[in-house]
Design a binder for this molecule. Structure first.
Ligand code: ZN
Length: 169
């Protein structure tokens, strides 16, 4: 298994060379910035979402199932996956203290999921849809819990402050 994982890590590292070269906005003239905005619109309107595996050329079937890995191996592979994504300016949102070995199956699964990728700027990936009952990180790590409590309080406050005479119903 060790040799296999070394090879897989080499493949993940090699895939970074396919990352699009990014230029920061202040290196671009006005026309180039406009071209980029048009390009972004085109991606949103015309490009079908593609699974991540097509973007990187990495087959998710090449990732061993979690029960075939030691904790260290799962952590290492997860870190390498996140590094590859970062090379493509893809940023994953997850609780910072979430154990990487538990994150691993979620990361592998994402390779199969359709994804709208922008070769410019930063593209975010979410795992949690801000529904605490369905949070893939679980109760202990869920960040969306605070979010939704905060949001509910805000909505309640707003409702309380509404003048009942002005309600449309
Ligand atoms: Zn959550």
């Amino acid at each position: 298994m060790n040799r296999y994982i070394e090879q897989l890590i080499e493949d993940l590292q090699a895939a970074r060379k396919f990352a699009p070269k990014q230029r920061s906005r202040n290196e671009m003239n006005e026309e180039e910035i406009w071209d980029e905005l048009v390009e972004i619109d085109k991606i949103i309107d015309e490009e079908p979402d593609r699974p991540l595996q097509n973007i990187f050329g990495i087959d998710p079937a090449s990732f061993p199932p979690i029960d075939k890995l030691t904790t260290e191996q799962a952590q290492l592979l997860s870190a390498k996956i996140l590094e590859l994504w970062a090379a493509f300016n893809i940023e994953a949102s997850y609780p910072k203290n979430f154990p990487l070995e538990r994150f691993y199956p979620m990361l592998v699964e994402k390779f199969r999921k359709p994804f709208m990728y922008f070769p410019m700027g930063i593209t975010g990936i979410e795992f949690c849809h801000y529904e605490p009952e369905e949070c893939p990180f679980g109760d202990e790590y869920c960040m969306c819990k605070e979010w939704s409590v905060e949001m509910m309080n805000k909505i309640e406050d707003e409702v309380k402050n509404l003048d009942p005479d002005e309600l449309p119903f």
